[in-house]
Ligand binder design. Structure first.
Ligand SMILES: Nc1nc2c(ncn2[C@@H]2O[C@H](COP(=O)(O)OP(=O)(O)O)[C@@H](O)[C@H]2O)c(=O)[nH]1
Ligand SMILES: [Mg+2]
Length: 446
């Protein structure tokens, strides 16, 4: 696996957390030190490592685990989140008709990557084609032709022509109809010099590629950062492909340094063979490093724990007939989260939602937002027992919310109506089940 050593030490560290009887400051300190060691030996920038581990330590000591999450899971989750911020910065390439150009320094893996990309798109059901735009070395055209044959990809190249733009233009014309994704390989240099910049710019202008991928060899380590930045600043890249992540201890350096430049990593190369190539998904990548089978599940759990449980609890409470302004408030938030009001309203009894349409719907959404502002200037006691709110309190609340008294009255009227409706709803089993199912589906509770 990529970054084997890093992964091994991180997994070992997380195991310690998982096996610990309790999470105490001493353990967290040790764990943080281990993570530091692991990252530094994977060549991640020392300053970055210190920042990251400080943040892990602080959060692990200060933040309370969200409801439904154990202290251990919480710490693991923090480690994952913080690692994602330094190694993660990905971008998904749309599966559509497009022209992709590969740029980068000599020997970094452009031509090989062209072949790998072709295979990748084939697997996704798209028709790729390859164009050889490296005219400086005769062998380059043959190298790409061989890759094209290996992958059964239509190919265009000219061996006795030095005019890259002419070649590429002809190639594009040839594949206009017959290919979905045209991949253009280009020449490199030993460094990013004026000649290379000129050539890239001229080709960009002629080709107008949808994607400009910079190919970087992971063994440059932290130098990958300045390289990505230099290319990005001079010609603009839409994605970075980091190659040779298989054979180097410096992979962590390259990945984190590139992430820092804000240029998104789109693919990684993990070997010389066509198949040694994968889409870069920061979350999954880190999950694998940490040896977590279902990191996504854990992340979702973290989010839902915070939101979902409250949602379901308050839904049950509302239907039981106990219904305060607090409940109405969270109900409004819940409806917001559940998306289009219309869809939710349709689940309500008596089809009362179906009458709300277009402008009316918008109106009622604005009104809800206003209501929340009004409720924000109520006291706890008033929220719990709205019948306390007589005219002098109404005036005070209105003033506090920058509303007029009528709005407060409207809110109270709406509250009464909702309360009555909720009671009715509570006795309607089928609608109840529907709502609970929907809450669960939307990410509510366990
Ligand atoms: N181990 C490994 N080797 C790679 C990878 N990608 C490319 N290479 C090798 O790197 C060398 C240079 O690759 P090439 O595609 O010709 O680079 P270009 O000059 O940028 O076109 C070749 O020997 C490739 O086999 C990779 O992901 N892993
Ligand atoms: Mg090449």
């Amino acid at each position: 696996m990529v970054l084997d050593n890093l992964g091994e030490s991180l997994r070992g560290t997380l195991k310690r957390i998982a096996n610990a009887k309790h999470i105490d400051p001493q353990l967290i300190k040790e764990v943080v030190r281990e993570i530091q060691r692991a990252l530094i030996s994977a060549d991640v920038n020392v300053k970055l490592v210190l920042q990251l581990t400080k943040s892990i330590e602080r959060r692990a000591l200060e933040e309370k685990p969200p409801a439904g999450m154990s202290a251990r899971e919480h710490v693991v989750n923090i480690v994952h989140q913080e690692l994602s911020t330094i190694l993660g910065n990905d971008r998904r390439i749309p599966l559509k008709k497009q022209v992709i150009m590969l740029v980068g320094l000599y020997g970094n893996g452009k031509t090989t990557t062209a072949g790998k990309l072709s295979k990748y798109f084939q697997k996704k059901g798209l028709r790729p084609a390859l164009i050889a735009g490296d005219v400086h070395r005769p062998a380059a055209v043959d190298q790409l032709r061989t890759l094209a044959e290996q992958t059964n990809t239509p190919f265009y190249g000219e061996t006795d022509n030095k005019d890259t733009i002419q070649i590429v233009t002809r190639g594009l014309e040839k594949f206009k109809k017959s290919a979905d994704v045209v991949i253009v390989d280009t020449a490199g240099r030993h460094k990013l010099d004026d000649d290379l910049i000129q050539e890239m710019r001229a080709i960009f202008e002629a080709v107008k590629p949808d994607e400009k991928f910079l190919v970087i060899d992971a063994s440059v380590g932290q130098q990958g950062g300045p390289q990505a930045k230099a290319f990005n600043d001079t010609v603009g890249v839409t994605g970075v492909i980091i190659t040779k992540l298989d054979g180097t201890a410096k992979g962590g350096g390259a990945l984190s340094a590139v992430a820092e430049t804000q240029a998104p990593v789109v693919f990684i190369g993990t070997g010389e063979h066509i198949a040694d190539f994968e889409q870069f998904d920061a979350n999954r990548f880190i999950g694998r490093l940490l040896g977590m089978g279902d990191i996504e599940g854990l992340l979702e759990k973290a989010q839902e724990a915070a939101e979902g449980q409250d949602m379901e609890k308050s839904a049950r409470k509302m239907m039981s007939g106990k219904f305060t302004l607090h409940d109405m408030y969270s109900q409004m938030e819940m409806l917001n989260k559940m998306g289009p009001l219309g869809k939710v309203a349709q689940m309500l009894p008596g089809g009362m939602g179906q009458k709300l349409q277009g402008a009316e719907m918008e109106q009622s959404q604005i009104k809800m937002r206003r209501f929340k502002v009004v409720m924000d200037s109520m006291t706890e006691a008033e929220m719990e027992a709205p019948n306390l709110i007589k005219s002098s309190r109404q005036r005070r609340i209105a003033r506090g919310a920058g509303a007029d008294v009528q709005e407060v009255k409207d809110l109270l009227k709406y509250y009464d109506m909702t309360k009555r409706m909720m009671k009715g709803f509570g006795s309607n089993r089928k609608a109840q089940r529907n709502l609970m199912r929907q809450l669960k589906f939307q990410g509510g509770g366990p």
